[in-house]
Design a protein around this ligand. Structure first.
Ligand code: KIV
Length: 292
């Protein structure tokens, strides 16, 4: 009798920027999660998530900084390489860190290129609207897919005076919509909308042909992204209100570490099954050798 499943799943294919656009056309939600290391990337890819973003949120949830500003190109490339080793199918997006694309357009192109050439990424993401259009055009012109990021762009935290929702006034909302259209025209394959009102995110998503990926922007976006450490409950400093927690791994880790400490202190670990043995005759030889 055949052991093949009745309906074998269609063979999985690598997700590309084209798949993003096709998913939008078919109204199929796009799933994106962040990862910064090999085992997490592997688990995300195995779960069938469409895209892995190596976000500069790395700075806060892995490196322990207050915000994303101290993250460097070398930090990003190091973690992108680890993630790329764990992913076979998902579209890999590397986040360009603060000051790697703002100062100078040729520099922006060179830095974007490093994500593909040295770190195995398929695309880059960068923050900002019309003020980034030259850099985006140049990067796309070099053959590198770019994802935009509007709304609460964390690299501008000092300009915003904190991590605050954006686009909540008519003027701010119109500016964001115009920026989204400018980014589409400049060649972005998608745009992250972070912490913007639901209505605005819905409107932007309807007006664009490229997909919007929301975080704190409601269900009207074409896809969703979350910081994996928030979803897993691994980051204990704060949880933004738009996060849904699917696990409490920080607590689980605390429990496991406390149990290990207790076992070692009580001499309950290591037990016999965690140890190696030596044959009696070999032991005798050793004792004779030592003259005991
Ligand atoms: O750095 C990051 O993880 C991001 C996501 C929150 C979109 O930019």
């Amino acid at each position: 009798m055949s052991t093949l499943p009745v309906n074998p799943p269609p063979s999985r294919q690598k997700i590309t920027t084209r798949s993003f656009r096709l998913k939008k056309q078919r109204a199929e939600p796009i799933t994106v999660l962040t990862a910064y290391d090999y085992p997490t990337a592997l688990a995300i890819d195995q779960a069938g998530i469409d895209s892995v973003l190596v976000g500069d949120s790395l700075g806060m949830v892995v490196l322990g900084y207050e915000n994303t500003l101290p993250v460097t190109m070398e930090d990003m490339l190091h973690h992108c390489r680890a993630v790329a080793r764990g992913v076979q199918y998902a579209l890999l997006i590397g986040d360009m860190p603060f000051m790697s694309y703002q100062a100078d357009v040729p520099d922006a192109v060179r830095n974007a290129g490093r994500f593909l050439q040295e770190a195995g990424m398929d695309a880059v993401k960068l923050e900002g609207g019309r003020e980034r259009v030259e850099a985006i055009r140049a990067i796309v012109g070099a053959g590198i897919p770019v994802m935009g990021h509007l709304g609460l762009t964390p690299q501008s935290v000092n300009q915003f005076g904190g991590f605050r929702a954006q686009g909540r006034t008519a003027v701010g909302a119109k500016q964001l919509l115009d920026d989204a259209l400018v980014l589409e025209e400049a060649g972005c394959f998608g745009i992250v909308l972070e912490s913007v009102p639901v209505r605005l995110a819905e409107l932007v998503s309807q007006r664009l042909e490229i997909p919007t990926i929301g975080i704190g922007a409601g269900a009207g976006c074409d896809g969703q992204v979350l910081v994996t450490h928030d979803l897993l409950g691994l980051f204990d400093r704060f949880t933004p209100r738009f996060v849904k927690r699917y696990a409490s791994l920080h607590e689980e880790m605390n429990k496991a570490f406390a149990a290990y400490k207790a076992d070692v202190e009580d001499k309950a670990f290591p037990a016999a099954e965690h140890t190696f043995t030596m044959d009696d005759d070999q032991w005798e030889v050793l004792l004779r050798e030592l003259g005991d």
